[in-house]
Every structure is written in C-alpha cells, then in structure tokens.
Ligand binder design. Structure first.
Ligand SMILES: Nc1ncnc2c1ncn2[C@@H]1O[C@H](COP(=O)(O)OP(=O)(O)OP(=O)(O)O)[C@@H](O)[C@H]1O
Ligand SMILES: [Mg+2]
Length: 457
C-alpha cells in the first residue's frame, strides 16, 4: 500500500492547529503539528514533509521564514500559507518564494482540503516525471548487458574480470548480438572509464581517408592540411580504442596498427617523431576470424595481438532463455519512451517469439518490440502486433503453397527473402547469416528476380 503523505501544520493559535489537524487526519494524511514557528523549524530540520501548512503571522519565526527553510531543505515539498492579513503583496511574495498557494482567513475546510490535495497531486506528478526521466536516461546512457543464459553469464563474468586489466580483447558474434554493448561494458568496468571510448568502424573509410582519420597529420602534411590534427588513436589516449569490423581494415593499415599496439605510439602523417599514446584496444567482428586469417584478410600477427582474450557472444536463437527476458526489458523500455501503457506480452505472442530464429539477433528483437509497442493500443502486445512473417508461421516447411508442397527452389527463395528482411536488406549480413558468400547470394537474388518476373504468383 502507498504510504500516506506527511503534512506538517504550524500555527500559534492552538484551536486552529487542532481543527486543521483533525480535518487532515480524517483525509488520511499523516499529520504532525507545531504551535510556534521555532518548533516548526526544528521539525523541518529533523525530517522531510511532503507538505507544510503554515500560518503567516506568528511570534518568533514567521510563516515566510518557515517557507524559506522548508524550500531550502526539501525543494520538493509543497508549502501552503494561511493568513488573516491577506494582502496581494504578501501573497505575491509567498508565491515567489515557492509557495503552492495562499489561503485567506476565514476559510472553509473544504477549500483547504482541495488546495492540499491539488498540491500533493502536483508533487506526485513531478516526482513521477523525475523518476521516468531518470529511467529513460539510464536506458540511454548506461545500457546494461542483459542475459540469463548460463554460457553468456560466464562470458560476462570473464568480461568483468578482464575489464580492469589493459589486455587487448577481441569480441566476436553475429550481427546484432550486442558486441558494441559488450565493448561499452568493458570500458565502463575498466580503469579507463573516465577516459574516452573512441569507436572506429574499419569498414567505413577508404584507404587514404582512413590513415588520416586514424593517425592524424602534421601541418602541411599534404595540400590542404592547414593545421595539424590528432587522429582517432590519439583521441582515444587515456581511454579505449574500439576497432569495429576489424576484418574490414585494409591490410596496409593493419601493419601500421600492429606497430601502434606494440610500441604504444603513433606517427602522424608528415611527422618524423612519433607521439606516445596510452590506449587499450578492443576489436570486434561478426566474421569468422579464423577463416579471415586463413583467407589472409586479417593479418595473423595482428590477430595474435588482438586476441589476448576472445569474448564470443552466441546468437540469440541459441540463448532461448534470453528471448523472454530481453523482450520484456525492451517492452518496458519502448513503452516508457513512447509514453504507452503496454506492460506485457500475451502468452501466444511470447511463445511465437521464443520459437522464432532471429537471424538479426537482439537488434531484430528490438525492432520487433519497438514496432509492436508503436502499433499497439492496449496494455498488452499480442500476436497481431508482431510482424506478419512471425504471426503466420510462414516459414514452416510444412505449409502448403498453391495446394501443393513448395519446391526446394521456392523454399530457398522465400527463405532468402525472409533472412534479407530480418537483417534490414543488408546483403553482406544476409550472406553471412545464410553461410554463403556475397556473390552466390547475388546470383541467387538475380535468378529470384527473374523467376519473380516470369511467374505470376
Ligand atoms: N544482452 C543485451 N541486453 C540488452 N540490449 C542488448 C543486448 N544485446 C544487444 N542489445 C541491443 O541490441 C542492439 C544491437 O546491439 P549491438 O549494436 O551492440 O550489436 P552488434 O553486435 O555490435 O551488431 P553489428 O555486428 O551489426 O554491429 C543494441 O541496441 C543493443 O543495445
Ligand atoms: Mg556493432
């Protein structure tokens, strides 16, 4: 049950205190009384009240002094001032000092009841808002790595153990499994949490730009370099350098990077003297690293340097216990963000999620829940709010198509379409999820388009 609101009543007229106390207690509030300003002040010092109801004119400390003291100590408390000398001037002064309202004597108890209830309601809303804002901020800033899967919990334990050391870490896992989140976790639990976490997507630049971005340059290192500039490696000094998609890094860069890791220094473009850097390196990839090394996409010497510890995050489909846990967490997050009262999944929706394959992993689950919350108009998220391909169980191999069982070709076509959708249309990711290379995917897609155009269905 909710705790009653605590009210402090202060008046040097004994009968007034007794009457007000009686009325407020009857309303269900927890009432404390004081018969002088100084007694009131002492009580305010000793503990917080939700609301102060005080007379204005008193011997010793008056109502204004109490109002100030109350607001100074407990800015969240509401104050209502009562007085027999109602002048607009004092009213304005009290409101300026933060009083919620001003009641003139003689008053009706009904009026006091109403004003007190309004003040407490306003306070409640303000508190709720504050709490919501804090909760939303916690989702944004310091996202937690959520799991109850035994193997993943062990992985997280290892991450916690090695976080405070400076050893290099390689994070592996399929797209959307939470690699970036894990890197943030490592940084936050490390010695360097007050330093920067600088993320570099190694697939995002061409060679020339990349060298410049990573290593920086001296003044006039090349035409147009009007001033010297720090590269991202230097920017990460004192913190963590996160090399995302490490296998996409051009080979020449890999050699240079290896030097940085070994020597802990960078040579800016056009510079002759290297600059010392104090960094911890964490790399991530959603590729099969051993294969990338065998295919000479990732240099073996760099791989050995990075791979002091490998943290592997399993695909979501292999962590069935995490599906309901993450789904509930995400439901809470999105209903908060969108200000909607969706608090639970219907059992059939949850079951549907638990049997789904999630080629796009947690990111896909996130998208599914976000969409579901956005379109739901009740307090539960049901089957109807899940994407159509989940609802219909469209990919059950047992489903008939045009009155017959689907051919292998049709099945493959639908399957590819489904995986492509799940990874947001990204062909590289789809090829990875399907375990084929990009060019075979491309060939299959081309023949699919041909088939789609020639067959009417
Ligand atoms: N265990 C988890 N707990 C809470 N949120 C998670 C978890 N795993 C992933 N997420 C969320 O899922 C989304 C995708 O995660 P993230 O970006 O870290 O994946 P990734 O492995 O880096 O993907 P990619 O390979 O595509 O870069 C993020 O919004 C992340 O916060
Ligand atoms: Mg990532």
């Amino acid at each position: 049950m909710k705790k009653p609101d605590r009210i402090l009543i202060v008046d040097d007229e004994e009968i007034a205190v007794r009457n007000l106390s009686h009325v407020m207690t009857a309303e269900g509030y927890e009432v404390t009384t004081a018969h002088s300003g100084s007694a009131g002040l002492a009580l305010l010092e000793s503990r917080p009240f939700d609301l102060l109801l005080t007379d204005l004119r008193m011997e010793q400390a008056d109502g204004m002094a109490l109002l100030k003291a109350c607001k100074a100590r407990h800015p969240d408390s509401e104050v209502i001032v009562i007085t027999g000398y109602a002048t607009t001037e004092t009213a304005v002064r009290a409101m300026k000092l933060g009083a919620f309202h001003y009641i003139a004597k003689p008053f009706h108890f009904d009026e006091v009841r109403k004003v007190v209830a309004e003040a407490l309601e306003k306070q409640r809303l303000r508190r709720e808002n504050k709490q919501l804002r804090a909760e939303i901020a916690s989702y944004r800033g310091q996202a937690k790595f959520i799991t109850q899967d035994p193997a993943t919990l062990r992985m997280l334990d290892l991450a916690r153990q090695i976080a405070p050391t400076d050893c290099n870490v390689l994070v592996t896992g399929d797209s959307g499994t939470g690699k970036e989140l894990l890197v943030q976790f490592l940084h936050r639990h490390g010695k360097r949490h007050n330093g920067p976490l600088v993320a570099v997507n190694c697939g995002a630049f061409n060679k020339e730009l990349f060298a410049n971005e990573l290593f920086g340059h001296e003044r006039e290192a090349f035409t147009g370099a009007a001033s010297a500039r720090k590269g991202l490696i230097e920017a990460a000094s004192g913190g963590t350098l996160f090399l995302d998609e490490i296998t996409e890094m051009p080979p020449e860069m890999q050699v240079k990077l290896l030097r940085v890791i070994q020597e802990k220094e960078v040579l800016r473009l056009g510079a002759t003297v290297p600059t010392k850097v104090d960094i911890r390196v964490v790399a991530a990839t959603n590729r099969d690293v051993a294969r990338a090394v065998a295919d000479q996409i990732l240099r073996q010497d760099l791989y050995f340097r990075l791979n002091v510890v490998t943290l592997h995050i399993a695909p979501l489909a292999q962590r069935p216990d995490d599906i309901p846990l993450l789904a509930q967490h995400l439901l809470h997050k999105f209903s908060l963000q969108m200000g909607k009262p969706v608090t639970a999944f219907t059992p059939d929706a949850l079951e549907c999620l638990q049997t789904y394959a999630f080629p796009g992993n947690v990111r896909e689950l996130e998208n599914i829940v976000e969409r579901g919350v956005a379109i739901s108009d009740g307090d539960t998220l049901g089957l109807a709010q899940l994407p159509p391909h989940l609802q219909s169980g469209e990919f059950s191999v047992f489903r008939r198509k045009n009155g017959r069982i689907p051919t292998l070709d049709e099945q493959e076509r639908d399957y590819i379409r489904w995986v492509l959708d799940a990874v947001g249309g990204n062909q590289t990711l789809a090829a990875q999820a399907l375990g084929i290379n990009r060019s075979s995917l491309w060939r299959k897609l081309r023949s699919r388009i041909r088939d789609d155009n020639s067959s009417p269905d």
